[in-house]
Design a protein around this ligand. Structure first.
Ligand SMILES: Cc1cc2nc3c(=O)[nH]c(=O)nc-3n(C[C@H](O)[C@H](O)[C@H](O)COP(=O)(O)OP(=O)(O)OC[C@H]3O[C@@H](n4cnc5c(N)ncnc54)[C@H](O)[C@@H]3O)c2cc1C
Length: 380
């Protein structure tokens, strides 16, 4: 067993950290307040390979491993969880679904554009009435001659407005329940597809989230992604790897919050001494640092197993569950250690506190992760 990162991984971590510190940190609050994804950042992310982290070099991807992917997401999230969410959704959901299950024709058409940052990818599973119970969706795709005609609406879609390409799950045969759901690649701007309400969110505000509506939206038959009826089954595999990404995002956010709390505790003086000298503060720092290490180990182990071609349903859910809940605690303690200054926007604590809550909700709530883990344990 070897827990040491390789020299290349050390360099990767340093490179992404420097990029996040110089290109993202100075703008974090400006982008949060504007509630807008900074499109100027796309070519910069692409030039570092961050929009095609694990994808084949023949499409312009960086060809990195799942462990490398975690390093990238963790380092961006340490500085701005919101940008990390956009990068994770683009890589881990939309682009991953196309790279894994699409025909060569679709891969050739979309992967180069996605990995070069020409367009951001969106991925639409959730609907207003179908969140945790995603297979209960109502959006349909009906075959008409050489086209599929999509009708319905997807809710809470990352890059629903700003994206250029979307993978959409829709019912193609209602009688077959979850085996009657298929995936499609739809380009934003296709007649009949429109962005609905933009969500005004608690956190992750630089990452655009909106509704996407399909009204008699006709897409060529070749836009079917993977086999007909396999969309939901493939989705479960995409979520297995996507959840490792959310776990890495949680580790990064927790690390950022912990560092902000530690630095403030050393600087802030009360009763004639730095508050870091009080045991109550030390215990919070020690507990958070320990939880973050444990979360990191679960996350990187799940990624390591993926890199060896193993199915990681249980490990991904365990990493996501533990890391996201550890991050919630780290962000809460960060505000507490800052006292009143944790409640105002001059310090990073309040933003970590707002951003973190998405992590126990997106890509399956904590309750759903427990359900997935229990099913795996009980062999159901
Ligand atoms: C910022 C943001 C970005 C998102 N991005 C995307 C995206 O890009 N693409 C996409 O498809 N979706 C996206 N989502 C949707 C996200 O995945 C869902 O919000 C999530 O799966 C939960 O679904 P829901 O909100 O409908 O909650 P619900 O499913 O209604 O859950 C409500 C509560 O009930 C609990 N619950 C539900 N079922 C059970 C059960 N069986 N046992 C115990 N408890 C249960 C839940 O844990 C939760 O606490 C995003 C959401 C947000 C907020």
């Amino acid at each position: 067993m070897d827990f040491r990162p390789t020299e290349e991984q050390e360099i990767l971590r340093r490179t992404v950290r420097e990029f996040a510190e110089s290109e993202i940190r100075p703008h974090v609050m400006e982008w949060d307040e504007a509630q807008q994804f900074p499109s100027d950042l796309l070519p910069k992310l692409a030039s570092l390979g961050l929009l095609g982290i694990t994808f084949d070099e023949k499409y312009g991807g960086a060809g990195m491993s799942a462990v490398d992917y975690c390093i990238c997401i963790e380092e961006i999230a340490r500085v701005c969880p919101s940008i990390a969410l956009s990068v994770a959704a683009h890589n881990g959901l939309c682009t991953a679904h196309i790279a894994r299950f699409a025909s060569e024709e679709l891969k050739d058409r979309y992967l180069p554009r996605l990995v070069q940052g020409e367009v951001l990818g969106a991925w639409g599973l959730t609907e207003a009435g179908a969140g945790s119970d995603a297979a209960g969706m109502r959006t349909t795709a009906a075959r008409q001659g050489s086209c599929w005609v999509l009708n319905g609406a997807k809710t809470f879609i990352t890059h629903g407005r700003t994206g250029g390409v979307m993978v959409v799950m829709a019912i193609t045969d209602r009688s077959k329940a979850h085996r009657g759901i298929s995936a499609f690649v739809v380009e934003h701007g296709t007649p009949g597809m429109s962005a609905g309400k933009k969500e005004n969110k608690l956190g992750m505000r630089a990452s655009d989230t909106s509704e996407v509506i399909f009204e008699n939206c006709r897409v060529p038959a070749a836009q079917l992604l993977g086999q007909e009826g396999h969309g939901f089954i493939d989705t479960l595999q995409i979520l297995d790897s996507g959840r490792i990404g959310i776990a890495a995002l949680s580790v990064g956010l927790a690390q950022g919050a912990y560092e902000a709390a530690r630095d403030y505790a050393k600087e802030r003086r009360q009763f004639g001494q730095p508050i870091a000298s009080f045991q109550a503060i030390q215990w919070k720092l020690a507990d958070n640092a320990t939880r973050i290490e444990a979360a990191r180990l679960l996350t990187y182990r799940a990624a390591y197993l993926r890199d060896r071609g193993m199915r990681t349903t249980r490990e991904s859910s365990m990493a996501k569950l533990f890391a996201s809940e550890a991050a919630v605690k780290a962000a809460d303690d960060c505000v507490q250690i800052h006292g009143g200054y944790g409640f105002v926007k001059d310090y990073p604590a309040e933003k970590y506190f707002r951003d973190v809550k998405l992590l126990t909700i997106g890509e399956g709530t904590s309750e759903i992760q427990r359900l997935v883990i229990a099913r795996q344990l009980l062999g159901q």
